[in-house]
Design a protein around this ligand. Structure first.
Ligand SMILES: [Zn+2]
Ligand SMILES: [Zn+2]
Length: 147
């Protein structure tokens, strides 16, 4: 069994979600294929890997995976929802100019600061989303061309 396969199986087990073939294919695509995909891209991607799945099946799988906490929506501010696996916690950087979504290394928001603003609210999950101009866009704008 590959490292990815055992990691995915363990994630399903930990989330107490039955790993149907379609759910497994969707999660595997998000982990190893293209991250931050729209539902449409996931449908195309999953079907390319050979596990034929209808649009409705993929949408149902996405819903089940989201409910179980294995997949979440990335808050891009764009029109189409983009999905991300939650197996490895990370923050996001979104470029206002080219729309690129980059994973950022995880760090904890300092507890005293969080406690101050949360004022007793319970937190299930959180992420930091940075917005701005990515390195590529900044480089091409300044004309240095050192991409
Ligand atoms: Zn950019
Ligand atoms: Zn991500």
């Amino acid at each position: 069994m590959s490292k990815l396969t055992s990691e995915l199986r363990e994630a399903f087990r930990a989330a107490d979600l039955r790993p149907t073939a379609q759910r497994y294919a969707v999660l595997e695509f998000l982990v190893s294929g293209r991250r931050h995909s729209t539902a449409g891209e996931i449908v195309r991607g999953v079907n390319r890997t050979g596990s034929a799945a209808s649009r409705a099946t993929v949408y149902n799988s996405l819903r089940a995976l989201s409910r179980a906490g294995l997949v979440r929506e990335v808050f891009t501010g764009g029109s189409a929802a983009r999905f991300d696996a939650t197996l490895h916690p990370h923050h996001h950087y979104i470029c206002d100019l080219c729309g690129a979504i980059e994973d950022m290394a995880w760090f904890e928001v300092p507890a005293p600061a969080a406690a101050r603003v949360l004022q007793g609210r319970h937190v299930r999950a959180y992420e930091v989303v940075y917005h701005g101009a990515c390195r590529r866009c900044r480089n091409s704008k300044s004309g240095r061309g050192d991409i």
